[in-house]
Design a protein around this ligand. Sequence first.
Ligand code: KIV
Length: 258
Amino acid sequence: MNSKIKKVLKKKKKSKIICLTSYSKNIAEEADKYADIILVGDSLGSVLYNYNTTKKVTLTNMIDHSKSVRLGVKKSLMVVDMPHNSYKTKSLALKNAKKIIKETKCDAVKLEGGKKIIKQIKFLIKNKIPVMGHLGLLPQTNKGKFKSKGGSTKEKKQLIKDSLLLQDCGVFSIVLECVKTSLAKQITENLKIPTIGIGSSAYCDGQVLVTDDLIGLNNTKIKFVKKFINIKKYINLGFKKFSSEVKSKKYPLKKHSY
Ligand code: KIV
C-alpha cells in the first residue's frame, strides 16, 4: 500500500485529517504545507469555468489541472476526481483511471457513488488503483436542489449500506458531502476507514473545503462554507498599487529595467 495512504489511515480516531482542493501549482504548494490530502476536485468546473454543473468537466480538464497541481505537491496524498461519464463502465473506468495516473502521477482517484458504481470501483481496486469514495450529495448526478442527505429512513439506510459496501471493496477513505450530523457520526463510527466531511459535521475523521471558497476567492453562500480569509482584498490591494505606480511613473524604476 502507498505510504501516504497508510499515513492517512493511521490518523483515524487519532488526529483530524486535513484535505484541501487545488487546481494549480502555486495553490498546491501552499496547501501541501498543511494538508494530508490534496484533491483536484471537479468542482473546478463551477469555480474556474462557471459551469452550472460538474457534468461538463472533461477528462482533459482534470488531467491538465492535475499536471499543474503535481508540480506543487511534495508530501501530501494527491487524489484526482474522475469526471462524470469517465467511469460509465468498468473497462472505461480502468482505461481512464490508468490515463489519469500515468499522465498526472497522482496517488489515487475519487469516484462519486455507492452501489450504482460498485462494479467500477471493485474493478479499479482489483487492478491496483487506489480509490477514494464519495457519498451523500453527489454533484455529478444530483438532480434538483442542493440539499442535505440522510434525512429520510430510506436515504439513511442506503447511505449506511453504501459506506459499508465501499469499505468492503477496499476504498481507503470516503468523502461525505452534506450528510446529516447524526448519520455522519454513525457512519464514521461504523467504519474502519476514515471519513472526510464537507458539510457533514465535526464527527467526520477529517474535513475538506474547496480552497477558493475558504480563502474568499470564490463567492459562495453555501451553509457549510466558512471564509477563513478574504484573499480578494489583498489581490485588489496589489492590483491597485501596481496600477497607481504605473500611472504615477513610480514603477518601473531603473533597477527594474535592463
Ligand atoms: O470536486 C470537489 O472539489 C469535491 C470536494 C468538494 C469534496 O469533490
